[in-house]
Design a protein around this ligand. Structure first.
Ligand code: GDG
Length: 488
């Protein structure tokens, strides 16, 4: 582990630690957890040093001492130090499942009809942010850079100030920022905007997200002025000044290509190929979430089979759904909906030796996921709205032979960088997605390779290290490096 001078350290704060603690009988089971943020930041923390503060994922009572012992052991294993924020069941239910996932999540993904605006969630959200702030205060020093991640922790900078703790706080929003007509539905809209203004830097995934944020500020107060152009601008209301930026997150491109070329992945791939009998494989990989557009995607696949009989017995959709937030009713209903659709498609079209949809409701180990990326002729990434979508980038990184087609929703943040070479679709347009499937299946090899080569070049040049480097440069008042001249 790199032990950097405290002056240079940076403190990552996110809702979840990059590990999960679960009680098994009388002992604790600790495992590393999957997810976009973990995939993105773990390599950086190992490389540069720093600490990570967050919730352990455990709701059963655990003493701070026991927890620290377990996490100290885990810190050695993962290569950087982690410190826990311990939350009780009620806090998790109101702050995490409540305000964060029943209100901000659907609202920021343009689905206000799915939001449950329970008034008492708000107080719990702010109190839990106060708890996070106290742990940050305890484990950080004046010169540290506190890098706060995502929508669960928007009030953290203000909470630190209320404690009288001076820290340089910067923020990155992983999910989209909605337009004013949607944001203004939030009962606590002005408090949340005021919270964001407490950061020295507020960064978003895309130009559109930042534009939405600036428009919301404008409807908050006409006093706001924006200076500068391009990915980083300065915002001031005369009293305070902060930066608003957009810097799209990415993946560890080299890490993925290395794994994709490894012997282990090769042998898994060989097994898959022999089992799937040279079918054209279409792959979907998503957390269980209504923003990912899985039912509409299945309907598009169903329509493709209905309209284009030439696809029968030739095309197989492998859909992985990783269990998530099953405690929230909207998620368990979604699971039922997906399973009914899968069963209806398979019931209608299966023939001896061909099952159109291979559905897995569990996560798969990383080398199997990478083998599936290598195997898939087409990746079907069709969220209704997504901050970025790392699966789109991982898929391309793993296509070592440039032999694959990316079908990508125009509402994924990733589309801002990939729209020229992916097949861009509107996920609500079932017929359009069905047509894109046919186009992907029949795309000439030359076109396929040319598109994929360009997609991979872009991800290689703007990988996760590029993202962190640029984020930290902006936080330090420096200019961006290797940012595409044409704005994203
Ligand atoms: C948020 C924003 C933004 C998935 N299934 C398995 C597995 N995964 C890994 C993938 C990928 C990650 O999970 C999913 O990344 P996403 O970007 O799609 O989404 P979120 O986790 O919801 O993240 C999102 C992201 O933050 C980063 O800013 O892109 O828009 O919502 O890395 O590989 N990994 C393994 N097995 C699986 O079955 N091992």
């Amino acid at each position: 582990m790199t032990d950097r001078k405290s002056k240079d350290r940076f403190i990552i704060v996110s809702n979840r630690l990059p590990i999960k603690m679960e009680k098994e009988g009388t002992s604790w089971k600790v495992s590393s957890s999957a997810g976009g943020l973990v995939s993105a930041l773990s390599p950086i923390l190992k490389d540069r040093g720093g600490i990570w503060i967050g919730w352990t994922g455990a709701t059963e009572p655990v003493g701070l001492r026991t927890c620290r012992e377990i996490l100290d052991k885990m810190s050695k294993e993962i290569g950087y130090r982690i410190f826990p924020v311990i939350l009780n069941q009620e806090e998790v239910s109101l702050y995490y499942y409540g305000l964060s996932n029943e209100i901000i999540w659907p609202l920021f993904h343009d689905l206000p009809g799915l939001a449950n605006f329970e008034p008492h969630y708000w107080k719990a959200y702010r109190n839990v942010n106060g708890k996070f702030a106290r742990v940050v205060a305890r484990h950080s020093k004046k010169d540290d850079l506190v890098w706060v991640h995502d929508y669960q922790l928007i009030p953290l900078a203000r909470k630190l100030k209320e404690l009288g703790v001076e820290r340089k706080c910067v923020f990155f929003l992983h999910i989209p920022f909605p337009s004013p007509d949607i944001f203004m539905k939030l009962p606590w809209r002005y408090e949340l905007l005021a919270d964001l203004m407490e950061y020295e830097l507020v960064a978003f995934q895309t130009a559109q997200d930042r534009k939405n944020f600036l428009s919301c500020l404008n409807s908050f107060s006409k006093k706001f002025k924006t200076y500068g152009r391009g990915p980083v601008v300065e915002v001031t209301d005369g009293n305070r000044t902060f930066k608003a930026a957009y810097i799209p997150i990415s993946i560890d491109f080299k890490g993925f290509t290395t794994m994709a070329g490894a012997e282990k992945v090769h042998s898994i791939l060989k097994q898959y190929k022999s089992r799937l009998h040279r079918k054209t494989v279409i792959l979907g990989v998503d957390r269980l979430d209504y923003t990912k557009g899985i039912p509409l995607r299945l309907r598009a696949f169903q329509m493709a089979l209905e309209k284009y009989p030439e696809l029968h017995e030739n095309v197989t959709l492998v859909q992985i759904v990783v269990p998530s937030r099953e405690e929230v009713p909207a998620y368990s209903e979604l699971k039922d909906k997906i399973e009914k659709l899968v069963s209806s498609i398979n019931g209608t079209f299966t023939t001896p030796g061909w099952v159109p949809v291979h559905y897995m409701y569990h996560s798969v180990p990383k080398d199997e996921l990478i083998a599936l990326y290598r195997l898939a002729d087409i990746a079907l990434v069709t969220p209704l709205r997504d901050g970025m979508n790392l699966v789109a980038k991982e898929y391309c990184a793993c296509k070592l032979d440039n032999d694959g087609v990316l079908i990508l929703s125009e509402f994924a943040g990733a589309a801002a960088q990939m729209y020229r070479h992916a097949l861009i679709v509107n996920p609500y347009d079932i017929e359009g997605v069905a047509e894109a499937i046919l186009k992907g299946v029949s795309m000439p090899q030359r076109e396929k390779k040319a598109r994929m080569r360009s997609l991979r070049k872009n991800i290689r040049e703007q990988d996760v290290f590029w993202w962190v480097n640029n984020f930290l440069r902006v936080a330090a008042g420096k200019t961006l490096v290797d940012f595409p001249e044409k704005e994203l």
